[in-house]
Design a protein around this ligand. Structure first.
Ligand code: DON
Length: 337
């Protein structure tokens, strides 16, 4: 699917540094121009307010591990972070309680099933399987330190704001819209509770999870948040150490296996980067040591991943030498090294 899209773009190897700044800015602008007219995919409507998104919105942003930011298109338009929050809440929980505990309670393997699958829980004896599907994300939110749901929420909002380098607020309209229609997530939480996997009131945890999904971000925020994971946990804009480097490693490993749900294999095959998508149309793709891409465009594929966002990432992965699996013979790494 993506290969034919970029076959005219020379494949750079992933070794070395990003190309010179002028080239990066130019390629981000080209990625945006190349796919702005692409008319594929469907805007999510199972959360009613999301159906009102303009399908033409399209923003691309790249933040280097050195803090240099390049934007194109609608990279300043705010949208709800949705499932992309799962990656950063997972990182906060790993930081707080250690990766073994999260591994044992939540798991790290792909379900091969849609993000809101109930069957995946049943097929796996009550295990939520991984923190990127709704079951695992709800179980992860329950593990956030804090005696009350409100304490957990405060920790999440503050933690995700540190990743973004600015105070993130909840989009109340999205929060209310999802709260009125999230029966399936409530059922998932009740099912986890029935397997003894939650340790907290299920409806309170779903409420916190719904609020975290309604945090308002831009494509640029996503690039900065991802670049923090790329830079060993240090936010490249604020200089704050948000989480430990080991936590970034663990988070990126989970994104590499589960970040785009049942499409993660295809994504890794074509783009070769740990990434996370969300139903409002955001994608963050992380390049360890180099930086991150943030993309936003509401029309989605059948698995819930932004169509234009995926294409822009595929183009930039190739043109900037970001694919982690693209090596070259020593001395022949090409202009990006
Ligand atoms: O729980 C939900 O269904 C949404 N708050 C988030 C789902 C989502 O973003 C899936 N991503 N593609």
């Amino acid at each position: 699917m993506f290969e034919s899209d970029v076959e005219d773009v020379a494949q750079r190897s992933s070794t070395g540094l990003l190309p010179a700044q002028d080239d990066v800015g130019d390629l981000v602008a080209r990625a945006h121009a190349r796919y702005g007219g692409l008319d594929e995919g469907t805007v999510a409507d199972y959360i009613p307010v999301l159906a009102g998104a303009d399908p033409s919105w399209f923003g691309v942003s790249l933040c280097g591990a050195d803090g240099a930011v390049h934007d194109a298109g609608d990279s300043g338009i705010a949208f709800s972070i949705q499932s992309i929050s799962k990656a950063f809440v997972f990182a906060l929980v790993c930081e707080a309680i250690g990766h073994e505990v999260v591994h044992d309670i939540v798991g790290v393997n792909n379900t091969g099933l849609p993000f809101n699958s109930v069957m995946a829980i049943e097929l796996n004896g009550g295990s939520p399987m991984n923190p990127m599907v709704n079951a695992g994300a709800i179980a992860t939110t329950a593990l956030v330190p804090g005696a009350s749901a409100e304490d957990k929420w405060q920790a999440i909002q503050a933690g995700l704001s540190r990743f973004a380098g600015r105070a993130l607020d909840v989009d109340d309209e999205v929060y209310r819209s999802e709260s009125g229609t999230n029966q399936r997530n409530r059922a998932i939480a009740r099912l986890l509770e029935s397997y003894g996997r939650l340790g907290h009131d299920p409806l309170e945890i779903v409420d916190v999870y719904t609020r975290q999904c309604a945090l308002s971000v831009t494509a640029r925020d996503l690039a900065v948040m991802g670049a923090t994971l790329a830079a060993g946990g240090m936010n490249p804009l604020t200089g704050e150490q948000v989480v430990a480097a080991e936590v970034c490693r663990d988070t990126l490993a989970v994104l590499a296996s589960c970040g785009l749900y049942e499409r993660t294999g295809e994504w890794m095959f074509e783009i070769g980067l740990p990434a996370k998508s969300g139903v409002s149309g955001g994608i963050v793709a992380v390049v360890p040591g180099k930086g991150a891409l943030g993309a936003f465009s509401p029309p989605l594929d059948a698995a819930g991943n932004s169509v234009r966002g995926q294409r822009a990432c595929a183009y930039l992965s190739r043109a900037l030498g970001l694919n982690l699996f693209a090596s070259a013979r020593p001395g022949q790494e090409g202009p990006s090294s």
